[in-house]
Design a protein around this ligand. Structure first.
Ligand code: AQP
Length: 326
């Protein structure tokens, strides 16, 4: 069976972009893959976090993993900082990566906002992500489109090390959804939907009340020509709504556009509200049952043990390969 690894940052407000781009794939893949799903808390601290809030968000994401249907009997669910190999391998990979490669990353450019000096973690974030993936001899990494460049870098580092020391790492492949790979902000369809955007109506969070879902969709930015068709260049707002509909319903985006041909934007929005509310209702219900259960922490402890055993094997190989220790 091929091995899958992916992660989500516990930074709050997990939204439908995270879900339709990445998390939904996590559930589908566990049927015929060996899956490892991480809560990447060490990534979260590249920007300052309130410690108590961070701990709460770790459990929030863990509960969401279970609520969307990740089954801990089939998949490993754990917290990144519970397995020390992530940080250790991250350092080894830092020593096999170039500052030029890292400063070219679009996410680094966006998050550093052109400042002359920023936290080093923002720059080295993709190296830690490469360590997360390579630590588990991962074959497949289900992520949203915004992570494409980071996956490429991970592959480049793995190939570089393998060139020097044959067969050290498995070279992974990214896996991207057709419809959900890049969900755009509802209030500005030229920017991706994001947890950190200030405007709450820019996104729909997985735990949003029905009323909030309705408000956010009904006020979503469209355009003034009134025609419903899928054309992301000319009609980014309408195309984003069609795309979200397609990702939730599983229907091809062309079929969704055909269904709405000749109808008004209000019809599209109303139907999308119903589709989103229906899809998120069971997640919210499951989440409420799981979030404060003892089972949640037990799942994470068990996951850390199982992930740690795999990671330790890789680290032994890496230490031997690089001549670390004696
Ligand atoms: N808008 C999006 N559309 C599709 N996929 C997305 N992902 C993120 N945004 C979108 C995917 O979600 C997974 C988890 O993301 P993350 O927690 O690692 O954080 P992120 O990519 O930094 O997410 P945000 O929401 O955009 O947070 P901020 O605002 O902090 O930057 C990843 O697989 C990601 O591709």
């Amino acid at each position: 069976m091929k091995r899958v690894f992916s992660g989500v940052q516990p930074t709050g407000n997990i939204h439908i972009g995270n879900y339709l781009g990445a998390l939904k794939q996590f559930v589908d893949l566990q049927e015929d893959h060996e899956c490892i799903y991480c809560i990447v808390d060490e990534h979260a601290i590249t920007l300052p976090q309130d410690p108590q809030e961070l701990r709460n968000h770790i459990l929030d994401v863990a509960a969401l993993y279970l609520a969307i249907g990740i089954d801990p009997k089939k998949s490993i669910i754990f917290v990144q900082s519970d397995v020390s190999g992530h940080a250790e391998l991250g350092w080894v990979l830092c020593c096999n990566c170039y500052t030029g490669e890292l400063s070219r990353m679009t996410q680094f450019k966006a998050k550093s906002g052109g400042q002359e000096s920023v936290g080093t973690g923002l720059l080295t974030y993709p190296v830690l992500m490469a360590a997360d993936i390579l630590l588990y001899d991962t074959d497949v990494v289900p992520v949203g489109n915004d992570q494409k460049q980071h996956i490429e870098l991970c592959r480049d580092i793995a190939i570089r090390v393998n060139h020097r020391f044959k067969d050290t790492f498995v070279v992974p492949e990214g896996r991207f959804m057709k419809a959900g790979a890049r969900i755009m902000a509802l209030d500005d369809p030229t920017a991706k939907m994001s947890k950190s955007a200030e405007a709450i109506h820019s996104r729909i969070s997985l735990l949003d009340e029905d009323n909030k879902i309705k408000k956010s969709i009904m006020r979503a930015t469209t355009d003034s020509d009134g025609e419903i068709r899928f054309d992301p260049e000319a009609k980014p707002g309408v195309s984003n709504l069609l795309n979200i509909y397609s990702a939730f319903s599983g229907e091809e985006v062309e079929a969704v556009a055909a269904h709405f041909a000749g109808k008004g934007y209000g019809d599209l929005k109303k139907e999308l509200v119903a589709v989103a509310q229906e899809a998120l209702a069971p997640i919210k219900k499951n989440y409420e049952e799981i979030r404060h259960s003892e089972e949640l922490k037990m799942t994470l402890r068990d996951g850390a043990e199982r992930a740690g055993a795999i990671a330790e094997k890789t680290m032994k190989r890496v230490r031997d390969t690089f001549g670390l220790g004696f």
